[in-house]
Design a protein around this ligand. Structure first.
Ligand code: SAH
Length: 493
């Protein structure tokens, strides 16, 4: 859901950008007289704020809390429907959740505070005491009590009542749904029960007790015999829609990985991918994320494995290096989806998160060899016949495109690069600069430039991407004597 980040002056725009990075759909609203470079300009503060609020849009105001409260005051009638409203001090030093306690405002404030490396000014007493907002459970759970019942429950909790945890339907005979009492009578779930307690309740510090007067029920099936009440909170566990994100982690190290990909990796339950690619991001993996490494070279199998796992309701990330849509797993997933119409996969939500591709990283190392029109080809004849590759190379060479070659050589494919050179030399000067970039962003990174006539299969391997200049590509030196390769954007023809 869109989050509106509202700023009133230019000084706050960079803070708003920082905050927006941490919100999946942050849109910056700026007062038109005082800001530029924002996503949406507005002229009237009060009406804009009220219209966002009425549409249920979460609001983050980089301004004084008072101005937000005064502007929204006429609309404050129904606590249950207030969207989250957060005030951030102009210098980023304080994050204050103001409204929307039932819609996750405290979580939003904490998330922003984490980005700004300050602490959120949480004032909700239930949350401070028990470390969780019982009235707004996390996504995947729905509270069935009406607000009055829930308020009554929290009042008793604050007055010292203990809580009994139950699941519905209750697990057969074992009767182990209640955490066992500790010495003081206040309990924390024992390890054997932790598997049954949802994670958000495990992390709370609710006063659990087998004899608790209050009951907290998590129901996977709703039946007439579970009755929400003042002393019984009932949460329905909603069926989880599986999620599959196909991400590109960039060519190597984390510096070339997008914040979106980093976030997606951290929020996952499972990672699927080729071992080498999973190893590149292993340092980000927390123990709760399951790693499914595949040595299998058949991409379709890996795509099926990821879809099957997501169909069970998990958040799966399928990891590619570079960009997932360039000679990588995204196309494989859609191909499998199209050809294998498996009904289990219908409910899976799919997302593709882009990454920096090897050719971009290679180009950046030497200057701008892809500065004008270029063609990208894979030299691998495993998935397409060599005759197709030959004719495309010829067309690209004849069209005077710069050419990025992926998969130039492997242990089994050693003659293709030499043949490619011969085809290119029919149209291109022997002196054409060729960039050979190996292990970009990884240990052993090596980038060389040599003339086309001298290119041989021995120059490359599976971890090399090759950029071949057009007739216009040339080499220059910058002030400090460093050689660069670039293709100008003007073309004389
Ligand atoms: N999706 C990847 C490409 C995968 S195909 C991307 O967008 O970059 C595999 C080929 O990509 C390799 O044979 C090599 O040509 C190139 N490649 C991938 N990572 C590389 C790296 N770190 N350094 C150099 N070339 C790389």
């Amino acid at each position: 859901m869109t989050v509106a980040i509202v700023v009133l002056n230019q000084r706050s725009v960079s803070l708003a950008r920082q905050v927006a990075q941490g919100c999946a759909d942050g849109v910056i609203y700026g007062l038109d007289r005082r800001t530029t470079g924002v996503d949406v300009s507005f002229s009237e503060f009060g009406p804009t704020l009220r219209s966002l609020f009425e549409q249920g849009t979460p609001i983050i105001g980089i301004c004084a809390a008072g101005i937000l409260i005064r502007s929204l005051a006429p609309l404050l009638g129904n606590k249950a429907q207030d969207p989250p409203v957060v005030a951030i001090a102009e210098d980023g030093s304080t994050v204050v959740p103001l409204l929307g306690g039932l819609q996750g405002v405290n979580d939003l404030a904490r998330q922003i505070a984490q980005i700004l490396q300050v602490s959120a000014a949480i004032t909700a007493s239930g949350e401070i005491r028990f470390g969780t907002t019982l009235l707004s459970p996390p996504p995947g759970y729905r509270l069935l009590n009406d607000p009055d019942q829930a308020k009554g429950f929290i009042a008793e909790l604050l007055a010292g009542a203990m809580v009994r945890f139950e699941t519905h339907p209750s697990p057969s005979q074992e009767g182990i749904t209640h955490p066992s009492p500790s010495q003081e009578g206040i309990t924390h779930p024992s390890p054997s029960q932790e598997g049954r307690l949802p994670e958000w309740l495990q992390q709370s510090c609710l006063p659990w007790s087998n004899e608790g007067a209050l009951r907290l029920v998590v129901a996977t099936e709703i039946s007439p015999d579970i009755r929400p009440g003042h002393r019984c909170l009932v949460y329905e566990k909603l069926p989880q829609r599986g999620h599959l994100a196909i991400v590109g982690t960039g060519p190597g190290s984390a510096q070339w990985m997008s914040p979106q990909v980093q976030r997606t990796l951290l929020e996952a339950t499972d990672w699927v991918g080729y071992k080498t690619y999973l190893n590149l991001v292993e340092s980000l993996r927390s123990p709760s994320i399951q790693r499914h490494e595949s040595d299998n070279r058949v991409e379709g199998d890996r795509a099926r494995q990821a879809l099957d796992l997501a169909a069970t309701g998990r958040r799966v990330v399928l990891v590619s290096s570079g960009d997932p849509g360039i000679f990588a797993m995204a196309a494989a997933v859609f191909e499998v989806l199209e050809t294998r119409k498996n009904p289990d996969w219908q409910e899976v939500e799919i997302e593709v998160c882009p990454g920096i591709s090897a050719m971009q990283a290679a180009a950046a190392q030497v200057g701008a060899p892809l500065g004008h029109d270029f063609v990208v080809m894979s030299l691998s004849d495993i998935l397409k016949p060599w005759s197709v590759i030959e004719s495309r190379l010829q067309a690209a060479a004849q069209g005077d495109f710069a050419i990025a070659l992926y998969n130039p050589v492997s242990k089994q494919r050693i003659w293709q690069l030499d043949q490619a050179r011969e085809i290119l030399l029919q149209w291109r000067s022997p002196a054409t600069p060729v960039v050979l970039a190996c292990n970009l962003g990884r240990t052993g990174q090596q980038v060389r430039v040599k003339p086309l006539a001298e290119l041989t299969a021995g120059d490359a391997d599976m971890r090399t991407v090759i950029l071949i200049g057009s007739s216009q590509t040339r080499q220059v030196q910058s002030g400090e004597g460093r050689p660069w390769v670039y293709t100008p954007r003007t073309y004389d023809g």
